[in-house]
Design a protein around this ligand. Structure first.
Ligand code: SAM
Length: 745
């Protein structure tokens, strides 16, 4: 939603790749005889590495790293012991060798492109290129910590294919399909046992090696050392210490479930060690289990009063718990922190207000309000499940140059979204206890596998994750406050071309309507959802996935919804647009163009008001349904311009009249804006909310005040604040923002 999915400029590339895939498919099942020799492959690989290293050292601006998803295939769900060995020479093209297992040893260091690439050999000295995808970024885990010369790997149910450069290679898309093997594992041939393995070394020595690795910042190596130490039959006491140490390395590598169980949680025994309690609390915090985290930290504070970090951590966890339970949210401080943070990943908890996910009659699941709410009320405030940040100034984010295309579905992920896939797959793999909040999201017709675990590792289906992201991803600005200020300052907003994006697992259940009744805003990776109308209990919430501007052809709007989410919108606005004859659209466009030309060609003082009013009247007459039922989205803009001119000319009665018409065009029903001023100003029904609605109410405030209608002025200011709260997410910044409005400040 609101993500940049316009990949037209890449269509040529997608089509060429489609052709490559088709050509490859025609060789399906073929066992290629024209494989390159080991030496030739080695030479090509080294040259390729040198070229990519040179590119990394001198990155070109706007360089796009493109990659393609293969046709979806499920991850292996069989345990290693049930698979049969196969050799590289027996692999056939475009085949997933189900029931088979390939034992490999890396013969080159890795090269990192969009995936990690290296050359591998098998026991028969057959050589192939291995491409592994969805691994951690280099900044999180170096490619050499994943595979390096001598690393022994098992590829489960190997997928052999023609690669982009025309050579043949193995491609691994699912993390659990690749298993690193110890040199002393029974499956490893004697000739490969060259390095010093854990065998014969005491558990204590391996533990010390693990501690040293942590000291050097290599937590992945530390985990291996501790795991080997545990295989050397340590005493129970030793084993507890080793696990406790491993818990720290697991914490630092984001493996919070395993860190928690290695800490000894939940039964720490009669005398819980300080480190166990602390590590358990950290893991619980990162898993969002704030109540349990507080309990563990309270225990730690009582047992170890000298621990100086525990009270600070407890205070932090209690703040999260309060945010989570009561919606006790300090928005002003959130805004301040988001401004300084790059990427703006906020240390904050999710608050779910009066909302519930339920089945709808016709659109699968949806979100409903559990009590009556008023326009502006906070419904929920959700921390992202996963968030990929791309700076609006480019170059400051963690993404921006990747293009991941799926020729099979015709969908593509650009920039942040391509990063999001890798981040989510890693998170699901590392924290399986929270995976279902993501995997339960809508995924269209994709059929997921049933198994979740094999050989003690979680199974993550990369293609399911890709599909879920494409239906549920939200584009987002660094902060909606900045977007609002930019829009109001006429700096133009890139609202509809968001590169940062994320997944918010509650918001994802909200279905679409062009006439939405709730609105999402962002402060960094926090999404704030507020009601845009007064809602009765049990009303289903509706977001606008993609806002029709009212100027485009309805076909274009429906095509975007169909392409993005595979449905056709049947809301009153779409229905009315569909029923509008083409000739009416043409008249509307013509009148609109005339209006735009007049506005662009005149200053405020020289604008021919009568002509504009006449054109606006004719434009209104092209609509037949009342605006309260079907907003006239093409009309508010020129109508607001009139209101601005009247306000500038201090013609306050006309200002109020023009504002009434502007709000009406957006579907608002207001009373008390008429010349007589005999009725108290009131919004009877809220309409579509756009940033300028705040300006409209502020202008009404100014006009009422000038006319001496002080109470109406104050009511108008109240509405401006409510609209602002909905559009920005909070109103602590209201005064500072509206003071900067160009027209009415
Ligand atoms: C983000 S999900 C929304 C939650 C979804 N209904 C569920 O059951 O999980 C988006 C999908 O919901 C369905 N959907 C949402 N709004 C719709 C609408 N107005 N009409 C028809 N289908 C809609 C479409 O299948 C769409 O791809």
């Amino acid at each position: 939603m609101d993500v940049d999915t316009d990949l037209r400029e890449f269509f040529g590339m997608i089509n060429r790749q489609k052709q490559v895939l088709l050509d490859a498919k025609s060789r399906k099942g073929e066992c290629p005889r024209d494989r390159k020799s080991r030496d030739e492959m080695y030479l090509r690989f080294v040259v390729g590495c040198m070229a990519s290293s040179a590119k990394r050292q001198e990155p070109q601006e706007n360089m796009i790293h493109s990659s393609f998803m293969p046709a979806a295939y499920p991850p292996c769900t069989s345990s290693v012991s049930s698979l049969q060995s196969i050799m590289i020479k027996d692999l056939c093209l475009e085949i997933h060798h189900r029931g088979k297992l390939l034992l490999l040893r890396a013969i080159t260091p890795p090269d990192r492109l969009t995936g990690i690439i290296c050359l591998v050999e098998d026991e028969d000295e057959g050589v192939a290129t291995l491409q592994i995808y969805q691994q951690d970024e280099e900044t999180v885990r170096k490619a050499t910590q994943i595979v390096d010369v001598g690393t022994i790997l098992l590829v489960k149910e190997p997928y052999f294919k023609t690669m982009a450069n025309g050579e043949y290679g193995l491609r691994v898309d699912h993390l659990s399909d690749l298993v690193e093997v110890d040199e002393d594992a029974a499956i490893v041939p004697q000739t490969w046992r060259l390095r010093r393995s854990g065998k014969g070394i005491s558990a204590d020595s391996l533990k010390l090696e693990g501690n040293a690795a942590i000291g050097q910042g290599d937590c992945w190596l530390a985990i291996k050392k501790y795991t080997n130490a545990l295989k050397q039959q340590p005493t129970q006491q030793e084993a507890e210490i080793i696990k406790r140490n491993r818990s720290l390395a697991l914490l630092r590598t984001g493996q919070y479930d395993a860190a928690l169980s290695n800490s000894g949680f939940p039964s720490f025994g009669f005398s819980p060690p300080e480190k166990s309690l602390f590590r358990a609390s950290e893991a619980l915090y990162h898993l969002g289990k704030f109540a349990e985290c507080c309990q563990v930290l309270e225990q730690l504070c009582v047992k170890y009063p000298a621990n100086s970090e525990a009270p600070t951590s407890l205070a932090r966890a209690r703040r999260r718990l309060a945010e989570h339970s009561n919606g006790n949210i300090d928005f002003a401080s959130l805004q301040t922190r988001a401004k300084r943070l790059y990427p703006p990943r906020m240390d904050h908890a999710t608050y779910l207000g009066p909302v519930e996910i339920r089945d709808t009659n016709d659109l699968g699941r949806g979100v409903f309000v559990t009590k009556a709410v008023e326009a502006g009320e906070l419904l929920f405030c959700e921390k992202a499940f996963s968030y990929a940040y791309v700076s609006e100034q480019y170059g400051r984010g963690n993404a921006g140059t990747k293009l991941l295309m799926n020729p099979e579905t015709g969908r593509g992920f650009l920039g942040g979204q391509a990063d999001l896939l890798q981040m989510i797959v890693q998170k699901l793999f590392k924290c399986p206890s929270i995976a279902s909040s993501f995997t339960n999201l809508y995924h269209g017709s994709y059929m997921p596998i049933k198994a979740h675990e094999v050989d003690g590792e979680s199974i993550v289906d990369t293609f399911l994750a890709e599909r879920i992201i494409s239906f549920n991803v939200f584009g987002c600005p660094h902060s909606s406050l900045q977007t609002h200020r930019d829009t109001m300052a006429n700096k133009g907003s890139n609202k509809h071309k968001q590169h940062s994006c994320g997944i918010w697992t509650t918001a994802s259940y909200i279905n679409h309507s062009c006439l939405n009744n709730c609105h999402r805003t962002f402060i960094g990776d926090i999404m704030i959802v507020r009601a845009t109308k007064d809602l009765n209990v049990n009303t289903e919430l509706r977001f606008c996935y993609q806002l029709p501007t009212g100027k485009e052809d309805i076909g274009e709007h429906q095509e975007t919804l169909q392409k993005g989410w595979e449905f056709t919108c049947t809301c009153t606005l779409c229905k009315s647009l569909e029923e509008t004859p083409t000739s009416t659209f043409a008249t509307r466009r013509k009148l609109f163009t005339q209006l735009s030309r007049i506005c662009a060609g005149h200053t405020m003082n020289s604008i021919p008001m009568r002509k504009v009013e006449r054109l606006l009247k004719s434009l209104s007459e092209t609509y037949d349904r009342p605006a309260s039922e079907v907003p006239r989205l093409a009309l508010w803009d020129p109508q607001l311009m009139l209101a601005r001119i009247y306000l500038a000319k201090k013609e306050h009665v006309k200002t109020l009249d023009a504002l009434g018409k502007t709000l009406e065009a957006l579907g608002f029903v207001c009373v008390g804006l008429e010349a007589a001023l005999s009725t108290r100003f009131r919004v009877v029904k809220w309409g579509s909310l756009i940033d300028h609605v705040v300006e409209m109410f502020r202008s009404a405030h100014a006009a009422f005040r000038a006319l001496g209608a002080i109470e109406d002025a104050s009511i108008a200011d109240g509405y401006a604040r409510t609209a602002y709260r909905i559009l920005v997410g909070e109103d602590s910044s209201y005064e500072a923002t509206v003071a900067g409005y160009p027209v009415v400040g």
